[in-house]
Structures are given as C-alpha cells and as structure tokens.
Design a protein around this ligand. Structure first.
Ligand code: SAM
Length: 270
C-alpha cells in the first residue's frame, strides 16, 4: 500500500479535502501557513491533478507501507466516540455498558469513522427524527455509520455511495453490527424511489448541483450535514427559495478551532 506525504498552503487545505470527495487524510502538522498530511492508498495522478487545479501543493514523499502497519496505526488512533444515544467503537472492542447503542466499525478507508464534526452532527440528529419502520436513504454512506445507526433504531435503510470501497465497507460494517442495510454503488441521479427520511452528509458543491433533485426524494425530513462556515447561508437561502422549512440547525467546531464551524440542518416540506 502507498502512503503519500503531501503539503499544501493551509488556506487551500479545506478545498483540497472537498476535491478529494471526503476521502480520509491524516493531518501530520498544521500551522497558519502550511498543512502537512498523509493520504493512504490513493491514485497518485488524481492527487497531483488536484494540486495542479489549485495551483499549489505537492507530494513530498512517497512510501510503501505494509497493510499491517496501516492497521496498527488505525487501531492506535481509533478511540470510542460517544454521541448519545450512540457510541462508536472499533470492531475489536466489546461495549460493556447498557446505556448507549454501540456502532462497531472495522478498519476504515472510507469517510465516516465518527471523528468528523459533520458525521457527529448528523448522528446526533438521527434519534430525534427517525422512528421504527421509517424508510431511510443514506446518500454518500462512507463506512455506513449513519445507516447502521438508523437501522439500529428500526428503520429500513438503503445506503448508496459512488465509491466502491465505501460500499464494501458499508456492507461489512452492517454485517458486523448485525443490522440489515441495503448498500449499493450509485449516485444521486440513480435514486428512483422516495423516502421518509433522507440523510446526506455531503460537500456543498454536491448540494449546489443536486439540491432540487434531493428535495423531491424526501417525504418527512431531510437531514443535511457537511456544511462549513459561510456555506450555511447558502443552504438557508436554497431551502427558503424551494419553499422548505428548516426545523433545526446544529453546529460543531473543527477540533481545536472554535471559529471553524460545521453545520447540520433538518428540513421539511412546509
Ligand atoms: C463526507 S462523506 C460522508 C460519509 C458518512 N455518511 C458520514 O456521515 O460520515 C461523503 C460521501 O459521499 C460520497 N459521495 C460523493 N458524491 C456522491 C454522489 N454524487 N452520490 C453518492 N455518494 C457520493 C463520497 O464517496 C463519500 O463517501
């Protein structure tokens, strides 16, 4: 497996992550000028193309690493995360308590380990808006974390992602959690059905492109996440222009950066 150590001016880092479409990176060092990070097992040309588009950034080191080293690193970094009523735990742990609902995740390459504020926001909204028997679609399922949470509350869940790796992880993680989730590789254009609840932790550029399509898919609630800082106003405006009502808005800062807020929304038809 390849590990690419990269550097980019810090003001371009968030845009780089958006271009990477939610694929996880490991931040090694970050100051106000430069961010140094590692990407595992990704197409080198694709990384270089993004740097070229942004006009800055480069791969500074390329290493071959053993699969076991990656596993060890992941295990070291993965600690349980409580987002009541859920607790996200690594697959090798056994939850000993009774108060929380465990979501077990296997080693993840896909986005959705529960560490990111955008995942935590939407996960915390799920118990309030999803009920037993609801028909739910998780669009951009990554590891399947949101699908598993919904299925554990008794929902009937379809999960889609454009990335094959994510769909595989969603399948494995659902099985590991002993819940039924119908995971398949697809994009928003492929959705034929409508759903009581739509879950979508996606980048702003995807909402820009598909907002009108997505608003026609949900019947009861549409849970949105992945909205960063000023993008919040864009979502509020798009909801208003489409005659939708924002019933709840939630925010959470990026770790260690109180001003860098991520936003989530619950939207319904008026
Ligand atoms: C930010 S991650 C969210 C992962 C997980 N649901 C979570 O909340 O942590 C976004 C996911 O959306 C997927 N994605 C991006 N564009 C998509 C599209 N047009 N249709 C379906 N999935 C898409 C990406 O591959 C990525 O796995």
């Amino acid at each position: 497996m390849k590990k690419y150590i990269c550097e980019i001016p810090s003001n371009l880092f968030e845009i780089f992550l958006v271009e990477l479409n939610g694929y996880g990176v490991e931040i090694l060092n970050k100051d106000e000028n430069i961010t140094v990070f590692a990407i595992y097992d990704y197409d080198k040309d694709a990384i270089n193309n993004i740097f070229e588009d942004l006009g800055s950034g480069r791969i500074v080191l390329e290493e071959d690493i053993k699969e076991e080293d990656w596993e060890e690193k992941w295990k070291e970094n993965f600690k349980p995360i409580e987002i009541p009523p859920f607790i996200v735990i690594p697959e090798w742990e056994i939850y000993q308590g009774n108060d929380l609902i465990p979501i077990k995740l296997k080693i993840a390459m896909a986005f959705g380990t529960g560490l990111h504020p955008s995942t935590q926001i939407i996960l915390s909204l799920i118990p309030k808006y999803i009920s037993q028997g609801d028909k739910v679609i998780d669009i951009g399922c990554g590891t399947g974390i949101l699908s598993i949470a919904s299925a554990k509350l008794g929902a009937n869940v379809d999960a889609i992602d454009i990335e094959k790796q994510a769909v595989e992880e969603c399948k494995v993680n659902s099985w590991e959690n002993q819940v039924k989730v119908n995971c398949y590789q697809a994009s928003i254009e492929d959705i034929k059905d409508s759903y009581n609840i739509v879950l979508s932790n996606l980048q702003m550029e995807i909402f820009d492109k598909y907002f009108d399509r997505l608003k026609d898919i949900f019947k009861k609630y549409w849970l949105i996440s992945g909205i960063f800082k000023d993008e919040k106003d864009k979502i509020l405006k798009m909801a208003e222009n489409s005659g939708l009502e924002v019933v709840e808005m939630k925010s959470k800062p990026e770790e260690g950066k109180p001003d860098d807020l991520w936003y989530g929304f619950v939207i319904k038809h008026k």
